[in-house]
Ligand binder design. Sequence first.
Ligand SMILES: NC(=O)c1ccc[n+]([C@@H]2O[C@H](COP(=O)([O-])OP(=O)(O)OC[C@H]3O[C@@H](n4cnc5c(N)ncnc54)[C@H](OP(=O)(O)O)[C@@H]3O)[C@@H](O)[C@H]2O)c1
Length: 447
Amino acid sequence: MSDLIDAVRQGADGRTLAACPLPEAYRAIHLRRQDERLFDGESERDVRRTLHLGDVPMPEIAPDEVLVAVMASAVNYNTVWSAMYHPISGFRFLQQFGRQGGWAARHDRDYQVIGSDAAGVVVRVGSAVRHWTPGDHVVVNPPYIDEQDPAAQQDGMLTNSMLAWGFEINFGAFGEFCVVRASQLLRKPAHLSWAEAACNTLCLGTAYRMLISDRGARIKMGDIVLVWGAAGGLGAYAVQLVRQAGGMAVGTVSSPDKVELLERLGCHLVVDRNEVGMHEGAAGSSSSWKALGSIIRRRLGEDPHVAFEHVGQATFDTSVNVIRRGGAVVTCGSSSGYQHHYDNRYLWMKLKRVIGSHGANIQEAWEANRLLNLGLVVPTLSTVYRFEETPEATRSVQLNQHEGKVGLLVLADDDEQGIEDRDLRERVGEDRLRLFREHAGAKVPTA
Ligand SMILES: NC(=O)c1ccc[n+]([C@@H]2O[C@H](COP(=O)([O-])OP(=O)(O)OC[C@H]3O[C@@H](n4cnc5c(N)ncnc54)[C@H](OP(=O)(O)O)[C@@H]3O)[C@@H](O)[C@H]2O)c1
C-alpha cells in the first residue's frame, strides 16, 4: 500500500497529502477490451465475468482536473450496462472520445475503470483548479461537461460533448483513485459516512432534474406522481422528492416486503405490480394499465399528473395511459428495452407530454446535495460490500435483488467511517438514515 493511501486513511491534512508521492499504479475494478466479444452468442451476460480487480497505471491529471482518493462508491445501473457490454461496448465511447486528442486521448486504453458515484478526499488539483484543495472531502457528479461549450452557460447537460464519467469515459469511481473535472465536485455532506455519501449523487441528481428542475416535470404541491421501481436506485429518491415537494407518491414494487419500507419512506400508495399483471417479462396490456389506474383512482381519488419512467418497454404504454389529461411522462431510461410501443392517440388527444431527461447539471446536483445537507432527503444505502466484492454487488443489481443503493467500501473500512457532524446526524435521525439498511437486515455483509 502507498504512503498516500496510508495518509488518506489516517485522515492526514491537505499539506501532508499534497507532499506524499503519487503511486505509479492503483487497484481498480476495470473492464478489459479483450472481453468485448465474451458474451457473443450467449443469452446470459453475467457481469461477474467481466469485472476484474487489478492494478492500473496512475494517469496524469489535466489542468482543470482533480485526483480524488476514493473512500466509497456505489453500484449504478450503468455499471451493469458497462459490464454486459450491452447495448454497446464502452470501449467504443473511449475510442470516440480519445480521437479528440489532447487530454482526451488518455482515456482510450485497453482497460476502463468504471463507476459513476464516489465520495472521497482530494489529493491533487490541476494548475487551473480554483475552488478545491487537497484534503477536501467531496462527492462527484458524473456528467463530465466542457464549460467552454457555449451551451454550458444555459445547461451543462445540453452541451454536445457531455459524457458520463465512469461510463463513457475512463478513470471512474471503482478505483483507489479517480480523475474528475473540478466542476464535477460537491462538498460531502458532513453528517453522512463515506458509504452513505457515495451512493446519492447520480440517482438523486437525476431524479431531481426529472421532477423538480425547470427542465423536468416541475411538480408542485398536490401532484400525484407514479414512481416505477419506487424501492430501486432512482425510485427511492423520487419518492422522497415528491413527498418534500408536497406531492403524493404512488410507488410500484414487485414484492410485498417492500411495501412497508416505502410507506415509511413517504409513499402515499404502494402497488405490487404483480397484482396488476405487470410481473417480470410481462408485456404491458390494457388490462394492466386499467387495473393500475383504477387502484390509484380508488385510493387517491384522481389520476396521476406525472409518471416517473426508467423501465421503458415494459411500462411505457401504461405510463402514457395512466396519467391524466395534460399530464407528463418524464423518462431517463429503458432497462426493459428501449423500443417503446404505445398508442399515440392517448398522448395527443389528451394533450400529454413526454419529457426526456438525463443526469443533472452541476447546479441541479448542488441543489439536490443541499437537500441531503438539510436532512430533507436521506441516502437509500441498503447493502454495503467490500471493494473485492464489487462483481457480486453488481450482480445483485443486475438480478434486481437489491433495494435502494448498493454501496462499495473502497478505502473506507466500514459503513460508519467518515461521519463528521454528529449533531446534524442526530437531528436528521438515525432511523431515517439507516432505513434501507435496517430493512436489508441480516443481508448486510460489511467488511
Ligand atoms: N439517464 C440517466 O441519467 C439515468 C440515471 C440513472 C439511471 N438511469 C437508468 O434508469 C434505469 C433504472 O435505474 P435504477 O438505478 O433505478 O435501477 P434499479 O436500482 O435497478 O431500480 C430499478 C427498479 O425498477 C423496477 N423494475 C424492474 N423491472 C421492472 C418491470 N419490468 N416493470 C416495472 N418495474 C420494474 C425494480 O423494482 P421492482 O422489482 O420492485 O418493481 C427496480 O427496483 C436504468 O436503466 C438506468 O440505466 C438513467
